[in-house]
Ligand binder design. Structure first.
Ligand SMILES: Nc1ncnc2c1ncn2[C@@H]1O[C@H](COP(=O)(O)OP(=O)(O)O)[C@@H](O)[C@H]1O
Ligand SMILES: [Mg+2]
Length: 265
């Protein structure tokens, strides 16, 4: 196993982008998340770690109301984005998801061209007035996703024809295209080879200059490499949250220590 390196990538400005207070999630009778409080910073990468089934994906999905799409799922407590309650009746979850974009474990490009994959969100949200503006958004999004150089001469080719790592960067470009402020990534590298993983990790580090990034990862090495803040979940509880370097070198809770030293997991 590699050394768990601590992220020496600088201390981040302490502006909370998302605040969660007393968040509980039930799926039918399963109590999946128990009283979670956390403040997620802007312009920083926050890693969610913890054993399988501890509630990482469930909590991530609370942050853009993806859990709304699961019939048995009930979310209570309060989550704000820039101080606004994202569960308020006036909030349209589709608009919310344009602001809080999501990237999944398995790259899932639409069965459309590279161009259309990125143009899709801006089109359905009516973000552009003409083809020229749309072209600009597509190019800017592909550049931010570090994919432009590789695809600029084949924008009309199918997105599904790209390599796995390129497909994941295409999905990141697609998420960026709607002008989000937060990017949620659920184990975005777990289907990628080590080289593609390294490229996506480097990209994540660049993305934090523009976004608040939250990444679920089962790799503690990855959390240490890419994040400034880490939250450790265990059995539905957010056990410990803090500076990534602190969590990995000086955990306060015995459950965190047991997990990072490989005694639970
Ligand atoms: N769609 C769902 N329906 C019912 N139970 C679910 C669903 N998704 C997750 N759960 C349950 O919620 C708990 C947390 O799961 P999850 O958030 O997927 O954990 P993690 O991402 O940390 O592996 C588990 O007990 C899991 O079985
Ligand atoms: Mg998960």
């Amino acid at each position: 196993m590699d050394d768990v390196r601590t992220a020496g990538r600088g201390i981040v400005a302490a502006t909370a982008k998302i605040e969660a207070r007393g968040v509980q999630v039930h799926y039918g009778t399963t109590h999946a998340l128990k009283d979670v409080d956390v403040s997620i910073l802007d312009h920083a990468v926050t890693a969610f770690i913890g054993p399988s089934g501890c509630g990482k994906s469930t909590f991530l999905r609370c942050l853009n109301r993806m859990n709304d799409t699961i019939a048995s799922c009930r979310v209570t407590g309060k989550i704000t984005l820039d101080g606004e309650d994202i569960y308020a009746p006036k909030v349209d979850p589709v608009q919310l998801r344009a602001k809080v974009g999501m990237v999944f474990q398995k790259p899932n490009p639409f069965p459309k061209s590279i161009y259309e994959n990125v143009a899709y969100g801006p089109k359905i949200h009516g973000l552009t007035r003409n083809k020229g503006e749309l072209d600009q958004i597509v190019e800017a999004s592909l550049r931010k996703a570090a994919l432009w150089a590789e695809v600029k001469d084949r924008l009309d080719s199918p997105g599904t024809g790209l390599s796995g790592g390129q497909q994941q960067r295409l999905c990141i470009a697609r998420a960026i295209a709607t002008g989000p402020e937060v990017l949620l990534m659920d184990e975005p590298c777990s289907a990628l080879d080590p080289i593609a993983t390294a490229q996506v990790e480097e990209l994540i580090d660049e993305l934090r200059s523009s976004f608040s990034v939250v990444i679920v990862t089962h790799s503690m090495q990855q959390a240490a490499r890419v994040s400034q803040k880490t939250a450790f979940f265990h059995l539905g509880h957010l056990v410990e949250y803090g500076e990534t370097a602190e969590i990995f070198t000086n955990p306060k809770d015995p459950r965190t220590e047991a997990y990072i030293t490989g005694r639970i997991g």
